[in-house]
Ligand binder design. Sequence first.
Ligand code: AMP
Ligand code: ZN
Length: 484
Amino acid sequence: MLTHTIEFPDLTQVKLRLFNTETRCKEDFKPHKKGKVSLYTCGPTVYNFAHIGNFRTYVFEDILRRTLKFLGYQVTQVMNITDVDDKTIRGAIEAKTSLLEYVEPYKEAFFADLQTLCIEPVEHYPCATHYIPQMIDFIQKLLDKKIAYSSHDKSIYFSISQCPSYGRLSHLELTELKSGAGGTTQDEYEKEYVGDFVLWKAYDPTRDGNIYWDSPFGPGRPGWHLECSTMAMHLLGESLDVHVGAVDNIFPHHENEIAQSECCSGKKFVRYWLHSEHLIVGGKKMSKSMGNFYTLRDLLAKGYQGPEVRYMLLQTHYRTQLNFTFEGMEASRHTLERLNAFVLRMQESSQEQQGASGSCRDVLKKTVKAFVEAMVDDLSISVALAALFDLMREVNILCDHHKVLAGDAQEVLEVLQRFNQILGVLNFEQHHSIPVYFQQLLEQRETARKEKNWTKADQLRHEIQLGGYVIEDTAHGVRLKKKT
Ligand code: AMP
Ligand code: ZN
């Protein structure tokens, strides 16, 4: 048997290019410290279950993280948990419970959903409420520098007119915001300028119940933008390599993060900004407020599985909007079934067809090249997947012609496993996941059929089906498959 395995290019030498929202260009990726990447990803506000639009962003971030690791980088990622904001406070008051008790089940559900979607755990999941002293220090620094000011209700605002580069991420026309349209509208009357944003929201007993923190500026709570800057800088340092979110985070959230962080530290906050496009429904962003959303749990209740939802979310390039439909969900299920049937076929060939011929080597080399080139070109996943489908098609033809022997199938499996380090959707456990009991029923049925005992064979088939499996005819005989 050939022992040679398919060589991947030296991945540490491969140039990764990423589209930086700040420059609106694809740039060569060079982290600050060679071989290491600090990555900050805006996490959920835990006032309810996350919907699959939110998870499109988290799946994309996972693909980014896995690609960086695939290329040999050591990644330190932070995903914050926003457990204090208007929505969590309102929810806790309505539920007549404490803030922490209110958010706990949603936090737990979020982590369970991440697991269902095969999203890798990251290094840090800081909760905003654990960083209040650091946020107070942050505000104090901005007050000392006279970049922040206190309004008459004792809220603290960031003054964007003190930040000359304000607007550089969003490229929005911000002259109106900067030149002072404030002081007029009722909502904004506390601010000097309409674009100024809150760093510390003064306590209001009617709105906040008994939820507040003491500070030198009076009781209150931190603003949302400040939460991310503080936790990012505390856990990853004053300058980070990559910061990610969905496009709706660009303005004002990330613009404000840049302003306050850079004014505080005097250093560039983020080297590469990446933003993913939305999951949409009938042309509109999927969102809680529009009511056009599905949670992951809704889809699981309809019989879909985590990897199928993950596949649906990851198949489209992150900078393209993705339209959610149930037809699309069915298509994803079908595609994933085909891919997993291919994995299973390779597993069976690797055990059954002794020897190796090198028959798959050329197509594997071609596929590895195409897959890697696509992923390092701003994570062009649809192109990478197309290379995988070509591989599947060509190897299936070779297989039909009995040209794939055990060693060849093993090489294919190794490549699939490497690709799956990024994709995270292929199932290499199918072989073993059928319980022994049902395998035995299948064997008994085969014996009954050989003995022409059709009644017994039918009974056994019925029992297998009741257990959730179907019997499939393959070139190598019958096998069991989970019923979908
Ligand atoms: P939230 O919990 O509302 O703060 O949102 C968490 C993350 O999900 C943020 O990065 C949002 O930008 C992102 N997000 C919200 N709706 C969508 C959507 N329809 N498609 C993709 N990402 C979304
Ligand atoms: Zn954030």
